[in-house]
Design a protein around this ligand. Structure first.
Ligand code: FB9
Length: 488
């Protein structure tokens, strides 16, 4: 109806100058006309120009004064010619009118407000405010000074009306045929496809939102790291045990039993089951011996190593516990070089802050081969981080209980214009490798970093709770962009 009326009007008129007046003339709501105009404009059947009109309309308070009179007149009329006590007047006049009416009537010098008596000062008054409001309601022009006074009293408000003036567009037609949106078998067989007008493809239209599963940013970044490790010939280690014994998490790494990291302030120990059930006894003896009295060229730590300490179960503090298990298994058969990696959760009983929780995902890579040197470690680190887009590295000597030498890894971040610590690395000590049974000329280079740090930087998240945990906004999970790291 509205579409036919609009197209019909333009069929016999050059221009439809005002969509608002047109809507009134055909008795259709202007909003409905506007929707039709937007659709016809989209298909170029019409050309629409915006019209914007501002007009004053009465507020609810203003409308009530047109009906009941202005508060000052209501107040004046409540004062009898002989005067009235203030107490009686307050009972007579509506409380919502009294205060405004009293001040306005006094300001107009219509009444005199004595200590106890209110008297008239004029015999009668004109309700000018009511008259002005009625004229504005009728669309009449009113003196700007009066408009300003009424606006200040919040009796009128400015209303902006938006409409359109219309002309025929390049695709104008008196009756719009519904554009066909697909070509089907019947149309082809009947041949009436020849008479159809097909809707143009809107290549800028956004696709329908995919309702389905969504990957968490951490998982997207993890996939990029897995891809890089696989490209570099690494195999993924099995990391499906959050619970570990202190033996595999610390002792086999030659980490002494009195090391602070093994304290319950830094580590989550389990109450049930508090101890591990089974360890390879021959290997335990070699680990005990290397801690107490060294061997393999090492003098050891010279303390009494306790089995019950090694038996304690904990939540693994690093994925290096997984690396130690893999290397031990590797040492139980004839040696062949290997490249392993792992990416999984680790747990530390440490103070939490904006960027650290009591757990994080550790990424760890290791290469086990004969005659590896620190140069090989630096080389593989440059290759690995270059694939992440970080080509400018520098290394700083560091200390780890289970690697010697050890290096902190730094990369120059062009965005932050500063060096950012991107990981830690080192060569596993002989006191770790040789008790496992690995050949003497085999060395292992390894490095680690976290998954959360790169993910937070890549996704511009500065609080870890927005990325991980029960407060994560699900819309982040649904709408986070794809992650493409480094060389593709
Ligand atoms: O991830 C870290 N930083 C990082 C990594 C990537 C990155 O990419 C950006 C896109 C550009 C940005 C930053 N770090 C290691 C360094 C710091 O964030 C540090 O403050 C936090 N570290 C964690 C441990 O903190 C409790 C990150 C985590 C970490 C540290 C060391 C290892 C693993 C994870 C290790 C190891 C290791 C060493 C030798 C042999 C085997 C494993």
């Amino acid at each position: 109806m509205a579409e036919e009326a609009l197209l019909g009007f333009l069929h016999s008129n050059e221009e439809l100058t005002d969509s608002g007046q047109f809507a009134t003339s055909i008795g259709i709501d202007h909003n409905e006309i506007v929707n039709v105009i937007k659709s016809l404009h989209g298909f170029r059947l019409i050309e629409a120009q915006d019209i914007k009109r501002e007009s004053w309309v009465l507020t609810d308070e203003g409308k009530s004064y047109v009906l009941l009179g202005s508060p000052e007149v209501q107040f004046f009329l409540a004062v009898p010619p002989e005067g009235i006590s203030r107490e009686d007047l307050q009972k007579k006049v509506d409380p919502s009118i009294y205060k405004i009416g009293c001040s306005q009537a006094a300001k107009n010098k219509w009444v005199e407000i004595g200590k106890s008596l209110v008297i008239r000062k004029v015999p009668h008054v004109e309700d000018r405010v009511k008259d002005l409001l009625k004229r504005i309601q009728n669309g009449e022009v009113v003196d700007p000074k009066d408009v300003d006074d009424l606006k200040k009293r919040k009796l009128i408000a400015l209303q902006t009306w938006k409409g359109y003036s219309l002309r025929k567009g390049p695709n104008y037609t008196l009756k719009r045929t519904k554009a066909a949106t697909d070509l089907n078998r019947d149309q082809l067989q009947r041949g009436d496809w020849k008479d159809l007008e097909f809707k143009e493809y809107n290549f800028s239209a956004r696709g329908q939102p995919m309702e389905g599963g969504h990957l968490h940013p951490l998982l997207k970044v993890r996939e990029q790291f897995r891809k890089i490790f696989f490209e570099m010939g690494f195999e993924e280690m099995l990391t499906n045990n959050f619970v570990e014994s202190s033996f595999w998490n610390f002792d086999v790494l030659f980490q002494p039993q009195q090391h602070p990291a093994r304290d319950s302030h830094d580590t989550f120990f389990l109450q049930v089951p508090s101890t591990t059930k089974r360890l390879p006894e021959d290997y335990v003896e070699r680990v005990k011996s290397v801690h107490e009295s060294g061997g393999y060229g090492s003098k050891g730590y010279n303390y009494e190593w306790k089995r019950e300490e090694a038996n304690k179960n904990l939540l693994r503090t690093h994925t290096t516990a997984v690396s130690s298990r893999m290397l031990y298994l590797l040492a139980q058969k004839p040696f062949s070089p290997r490249r392993y990696f792992s990416i999984d959760r680790v747990f530390r009983n440490e103070a939490v802050d904006r960027t650290h929780l009591a757990e994080f995902h550790q990424i760890e890579g290791l290469i086990c081969d004969r005659g590896l040197t620190l140069g090989d470690l630096i080389g593989v680190l440059n290759d690995f981080f270059a694939r992440l887009g970080m080509s400018k590295l520098k290394f700083k000597p560091a200390y780890n209980p289970y690697t010697e030498p050890s290096m902190e890894i730094f990369s120059y971040h062009e965005g932050f214009k500063k060096w950012v610590e991107v990981g830690n690395s080192g060569m596993f000590r002989p006191e770790m490798l040789l008790p496992m049974g690995l050949p003497e000329d085999v060395s292992v280079i390894a490095w680690g970093l976290s998954l959360e740090r790169p993910t937070m930087i890549l996704y511009g998240i500065d609080n870890i709770r927005d990325l991980f945990g029960h407060k994560v906004d699900l819309s982040l999970i649904k709408t986070n962009p794809i992650c493409r790291l480094g060389i593709q």
